[in-house]
Design a protein around this ligand. Structure first.
Ligand code: ZN
Length: 217
C-alpha cells in the first residue's frame, strides 16, 4: 500500500547544518557527480541563526585549510546556500607570483556573491577543484572582476579583484550557480596531478598549450 509520502521530506537547512557540525574537524567534501554541486543555491537570508552561521563559516574555513585549498563553497559540503569562503597564503615562487598575480588573499566570507567582468582582458591558467580531486585544467577567466556580496555580518562588499584572487572569486561564485570549473575549461589541457608535477610546473600554460594542442586567449 502506498504511503502518503514516497520520499521523506528533507530536513530544514538549519537542522542539516547542525547535524553536519556535530563532528569536530574538517567536513567531508562532496565530489563531482553529486547533484548538490549542480543545483541552484538559496540566497542566504537568515536561514541559519547568527551563532550557527558563525560555526558553519568556521567549519568551512577549517575544511578549506585542511584540504588544503584557497576557496570552498557551501555546496561542496552538501549545503545549497549562497555562501563561500576564500583564503590564499600564496606561498609560491616569485616568478609564479608575477606571472599569475598570485598575491596573498586574506580570509573572507562571501555571502550572496555575484561578479561582473571589468574590461575584456582574460587570463588562462591551470586550476583545480577540491570536488574534482586529482585533476587540473586550464581555464580562461576574466582578468579583473567586480564582486558584490555581503560579509558574514551582513555588511555590503563591492570590490575589484585582479590576479589570482579574481580567479578564486569567479571559481567559488560559479559553484553557487551549480557550475564547476570544468564547464569553462579547455578540456584538452586536462592533466592529472602527476602530469602537472612532472610537466606543467612552468609559471604559464604556454608549453602545455603547444604540446597538448589547445589555444590560449
Ligand atoms: Zn571548486
Amino acid at each position: 500500500m502506498p504511503t502518503p509520502h514516497d520520499h521523506a521530506p528533507r530536513a530544514p537547512l538549519a537542522e542539516r547544518v547542525e547535524q553536519l557540525l556535530t563532528a569536530d574537524g574538517p567536513l567531508p567534501i562532496v565530489a563531482a557527480g553529486d547533484p548538490v554541486l549542480r543545483r541552484d543555491t538559496e540566497p542566504f537570508d537568515g536561514q541559519l541563526e547568527p551563532a550557527l552561521l558563525t560555526r558553519f563559516v568556521e567549519a568551512l574555513r577549517i575544511t578549506m585549510n585542511a584540504a588544503p585549498g584557497v576557496g570552498l563553497a557551501a555546496p561542496q559540503v552538501g549545503v545549497e546556500l549562497r555562501i563561500a569562503v576564500i583564503e590564499d597564503p600564496a606561498s609560491v615562487p616569485e616568478e609564479v607570483r608575477l606571472a599569475r598575480g598570485r598575491v596573498p588573499q586574506p580570509f573572507r566570507v562571501l555571502v550572496n556573491p555575484s561578479y561582473q567582468p571589468v574590461g575584456t582582458a582574460r587570463a588562462a591558467f591551470f586550476e583545480g577543484c577540491l570536488s574534482v580531486p586529482g585533476w587540473q585544467a586550464v581555464v580562461a577567466r576574466h582578468a579583473e572582476v567586480r564582486l558584490r556580496a555581503q560579509d558574514e555580518h551582513g555588511r555590503t562588499l563591492d570590490e575589484l579583484f585582479t590576479g589570482w584572487p579574481a580567479r578564486i572569486v569567479q571559481h567559488e561564485t560559479d559553484h553557487l550557480d551549480g557550475m564547476l570549473y570544468l564547464d569553462r575549461a579547455e578540456l584538452r589541457s586536462l592533466s592529472s596531478n602527476e602530469a602537472m608535477a612532472e610537466r606543467w610546473t612552468q609559471p604559464t600554460p604556454r608549453r602545455a598549450a603547444e604540446e597538448l594542442g589547445f589555444r590560449l586567449p
